[in-house]
Design a protein around this ligand. Structure first.
Ligand SMILES: [Zn+2]
Length: 276
């Protein structure tokens, strides 16, 4: 697909990932099975066997484990996975959800809801929401969604200090709608109104680009090391100390990054004493 020639496709794809983040009520339906496996508590739709759960997790979980170990080593509670047979079944079970929803994170029970056939990137995105929620339940929207989008695009095949690409859709925002992902102040989006979808899409894109930028500086890694003992802190506090001058400097560096973006970067200050 060529996104440059088709801005509608771009918007649709972003929407898909954006709406995952809404919390939806959930009830255990009749016929569902509960399993406990090594990594997780599982609630599986009728028709999904324990063998099927194990074989899916056998190839999907190792990279989630790498994400956990690199970014969220302090989170040690066992996640709840609500598994659906496939995308059609997911939509049928949760009939009031938006049509293009792929998966979602349920705040109330801290559970990720995913169809078995969802791409690995979707699993990574939802698990990032779940891990961050464990670390810092009140993290602002920009950090929740920006981090989830960063991890959605993260390759676990690369080492922790190797280059990572910015997610393709985000690259297109930087190339085509730079002003939408720029910031005039350090007031990053704290929440989002899904009724105003164009604005919500912009906020999601800005958050994703900004978190990628933080990662290239080694700042994301510093934030994630700071939050376990300071769960209510503003994510930027360990970077700027809340000082106006340092916030403005960070904003300027971000604007410089937008002017001369690098879409495949390795993190700065990545080494033995700053392992990410
Ligand atoms: Zn999300």
């Amino acid at each position: 697909m060529n996104f440059r020639q088709n801005p509608t496709v771009l918007a649709t794809l972003l929407l898909v990932f954006l709406v995952q983040c809404r919390g939806y009520s959930y009830r255990l339906l009749q016929g569902w099975n509960r399993y406990e496996v090594d990594c997780c508590y599982v609630e599986a739709e009728e028709g999904i066997s324990l063998d099927q759960v194990n074989s899916e997790l056998q190839w999907k979980w190792p990279e989630i484990q790498i994400i956990h170990d690199r970014f969220f080593p302090d989170v040690d509670s066992k996640p709840v996975l609500v598994l659906y047979k496939n995308q059609e079944s997911y939509r049928a079970q949760l009939g009031d959800l938006p049509q293009n929803l792929l998966a979602h994170y349920e705040l109330q029970r801290r559970a990720i809801h995913v169809p078995l056939d969802a791409p690995a990137s979707v699993w990574r995105h939802e698990m990032a929401h779940r891990y961050l929620h464990e670390l810092s339940p009140s993290a602002p929207f920009w950090f929740q969604e920006g981090l989830a989008r960063f991890i959605q695009g993260y390759s676990t095949l690369a080492g922790p200090c190797d280059r990572q690409s910015m997610e393709g859709e985000l690259q297109q925002w930087v190339l085509q709608r730079k002003t939408d992902v720029a910031i005039k102040t350090m007031e990053l989006p704290g929440n989002v109104d899904f009724k105003d979808m164009p604005e919500a899409l912009k906020k999601s894109a800005l958050s994703g680009v900004f978190v990628y930028f933080l990662w290239t500086r080694g700042d994301l890694q510093r934030i994630l090391r700071y939050l376990p003992s300071n769960p209510k802190a503003d994510p930027l506090y360990p970077i700027t100390g809340g000082e106006r001058g340092r916030m403005e400097e960070l904003r300027q560096r971000y604007l410089d990054f937008l002017e001369n973006p690098v879409f495949q970067a390795a993190p700065a200050k990545c080494g033995a004493d700053a392992a990410s």
